[in-house]
Design a protein around this ligand. Structure first.
Ligand code: IVH
Length: 672
């Protein structure tokens, strides 16, 4: 007999999971982290396994996924898209190995270990080497046909590099980079749209858009991780070879993939990335361990939900609990007021956290966050953590609700919130907080790159009314600067030369630095490629701008609006008078490209053994940043990477006085 308490607990868990499934699969708007969701599911699974009479065909543990959403045609997956079984500890990974030995006694196993990309899984169909379809996983058997959206992702080839006979299906993951995610959220914040909670949601939301032109503007990317079937072309006998083949065909595969000869190597590689995952510009939530032999994979087979030849080793979620001491408001460049939680300092993923972004008033209300609450915080794709949820059971009754003030906490001007926006804004035209942000943006590394113009200094310059817009930076002199706090003569001189240098920055940087709404780094670059000067851009009509494929109507409107405004025109005239360059030069464009892809066009030769990368991985790594790998040393080679036991190639490189990198130096360079 199962007691009522347990029965109720099981019912409650099922209800919760159903609710979160709906939020996650249907609405693409989850309320809890994957880690918390997995925990609920495990609790339920454990109870059902213990009390067999509670098992039910309608339990969420009995199905693969959710329901396909409306709006896109449905496609069937001839081979179901399964998910992976999760391991949360080393012991569970070892149990996976023991199980393999039980299933195929007496056999040896090799493993391929890959990063588990935290994105959205997709299937791509190629016929005779041409992309003919792409779809989401959906419920595993049927998904949405999102071919048009997937085609906007530049790293997905529309045509493979070799003519592949017949039909093939590959599967992989679509994700948004952390930096791209921050950019998208910054734009949404300005636009007054609800923010995405993490890069995964942002990727999901972007793929579900019915207007693929908007998808096109989203910084989406992909990694392909399996060749699932092929009608005519032979599938290689190992997974690792298969990945090599996919790469040759022009598909993007993750270079941080390793072939491991035994379980020790697997576990080492998993713990390496558990430590290093923060270094990546995309989110990974674990590692995927796959049996390398395709024949063994076939003999191991699958359950209705998971393949028996693979396992996900999940990382610990980066969460912590703390208390909200206060909620303050930050005023952004466009006057947007962002509520920020001041937290009791707490360690999380290697740093001490003191603040969390609360995004906007609606978010606070939706999560019912109050001053004094105990909360769970999580590091998402952002540098600043977020509040996942309030622990209501810890409420003591003294917590205070937050409300948006009627006037700006900095300049006292009116705060308004437009009807269809979630953002409240200070409308003060001379709000010092906005001015400070504008100047900081102008000087930012990706904008005019004025090193040494930090927040503290900007604060003094604005508060002392020394500058009232960015053009005043060019009028600063040594005596004014060195009279400021913490500014010696030397640092003032350095700053002045940085300000001087900024006058000859590229046009794209200048466009970005102006802070035109909806014009980010990429947008600015595209504009600079299409207009030779700021003058030309300022004269462009909405139609001219919209004729550029990457520029949408909203951005086009915002640009023309910016240049129409008298204050902005006057500012540009002042910048011009100070000698800020407003035209593009070819040389500068080339330099910018070099900065972005440091190895682009460079030739590499590898010799000897590297500590952490196989030759293939190292090759993939540099090739993915635009370099070429050659077999022999000659004068044409830019870098020779000499690992352990390097022989004659090393000698030759020395004779030719080529740039030689040790294995360590190389690893440092590519992992930067
Ligand atoms: S292999 C048969 N490899 O993780 C399962 N999956 O539940 C094939 N994922 O739905 C999956 N990175 O979306 C595989 N390197 C990787 C992956 C990966 C991320 C996702 C995939 C899958 C989920 C597992």
């Amino acid at each position: 007999m199962v007691g009522d308490k347990i029965r109720q607990r099981v019912e409650k868990l099922r209800e919760e999971i159903h609710y979160h499934d709906y939020k996650y699969y249907v609405e693409n708007n989850p309320e809890i982290s994957d880690y918390e969701y997995d925990k609920l599911m495990r609790q339920l699974k454990e109870l059902e396994d213990k009390y067999l009479s509670l098992k039910s065909p309608t339990s969420p543990t009995q199905r693969v996924g959710g329901i396909p959403v409306e709006g896109f045609p449905t496609v069937e997956h001839p081979i179901p898209m399964l998910s992976l079984e999760n391991a949360y500890s080393e012991e569970e990974v070892r149990e996976f190995e023991r199980r393999l030995h039980r299933e195929l006694p007496g056999e040896d196993f090799e493993y391929v270990v890959e990063l588990k990309i935290d994105g959205i899984s997709i299937s791509l169909i190629y016929e005779e080497g041409r992309l003919v379809g792409g779809s989401t996983r959906g419920d595993g058997r049927r998904g949405d046909d999102i071919t048009t959206n997937l085609k906007t992702i530049h790293s997905i080839p529309l045509q493979l590099q070799q003519k592949i006979e017949g039909r093939i299906e590959v599967r992989g993951e679509i994700y948004m980079t952390r930096s791209g995610f921050q950019r998208v959220n910054r734009e949404r914040e300005e636009e007054g749209e609800p923010l995405f909670a993490n890069p995964r949601n942002a990727a999901a939301g972007s793929l579900k858009l019915l207007d693929s032109r908007i998808t096109n503007q989203r910084p989406l990317d992909n990694f392909i991780y399996v060749l699932s079937y092929s009608t005519k072309t032979k599938i290689p006998s190992t997974h690792i070879e298969s990945l090599g083949k996919l790469k040759k065909w022009g598909l993007k595969i993750n270079p941080r993939t390793r072939l491991c000869k035994n379980m020790e190597e697997v576990l080492n590689y998993c713990s390496l990335w558990a430590k290093k995952r923060e270094e990546l510009d995309y989110e990974v939530d674990g590692m995927v361990i796959k049996v390398n032999s395709i024949d063994q994979q076939a003999r191991l087979g699958s359950t209705t939900k998971n393949p028996r030849w693979a396992m996900a080793s999940k990382f610990q979620a980066e969460q912590a609990t703390t208390r909200i001491r206060d909620i303050i408001l930050q005023v952004g460049r466009t006057g947007a007021l962002t509520p920020v939680a001041i937290l009791e300092p707490t360690p999380l993923a290697g740093t001490t956290i003191t603040r969390a972004t609360l995004h906007n008033e609606d978010e606070i209300r939706r999560k019912d966050i109050r001053i004094g609450d105990r909360v769970i915080i999580e590091k998402g794709g952002d540098v600043i953590p977020q509040v996942v949820k309030v622990i209501e059971s810890k409420r003591r009754g003294k917590e205070k609700r937050f409300s948006m003030p009627k006037s700006c906490p900095v300049c006292g001007a009116k705060v308004v919130r437009l009807e269809d926006e979630v953002v409240s804004r200070c409308i003060g035209s001379s709000c010092p907080a906005q001015l400070k942000e504008k100047i900081a943006h102008y000087a930012e590394r990706n904008a005019m790159d004025i090193d040494g113009l930090g927040d503290k200094l900007i604060e003094q310059l604005v508060d002392k009314k020394i500058i009232s817009d960015v053009s005043d930076l060019y009028g600063l002199d040594l005596s004014t600067l060195s009279s400021l706090e913490r500014m010696g003569e030397k640092s003032s001189e350095n700053l002045l030369s940085q300000i001087e240098k900024s006058k000859s920055q590229s046009l794209s940087r200048l466009i970005f630095a102006l802070g035109i709404r909806y014009v980010g780094i990429r947008g600015a670059r595209i504009l600079a490629e299409n207009f030779p000067s700021l003058h030309a851009l300022s004269g462009a009509s909405i139609e001219d701008l919209e004729s550029i494929p990457e520029i949408g109507p909203r951005t086009a409107r915002s640009i023309t609006f910016f240049f129409k405004e008298k204050g902005n025109r006057q500012l540009l005239a002042r910048l011009k008078k100070w000698g800020v360059r407003m035209k593009e030069e070819k040389k500068i464009i080339e330099k910018e490209r070099e900065r972005e892809a440091p190895f682009a066009g460079k030739r590499f030769v590898f010799t000897g053994i590297l500590e952490h990368y196989s030759r293939e991985e190292a090759k993939n790594l540099v090739e993915s940043s635009g370099a070429r790998v050659l077999n022999s040393v000659s004068k044409k080679v830019d870098y020779v990477v000499a690992g352990r036991n390097s022989g004659s190639k090393y000698e030759k490189a020395r004779k030719l006085k080529l740039r030689i990198l040790s294995g360590k130096e190389f690893e440092k360079l590519v992992e930067e």
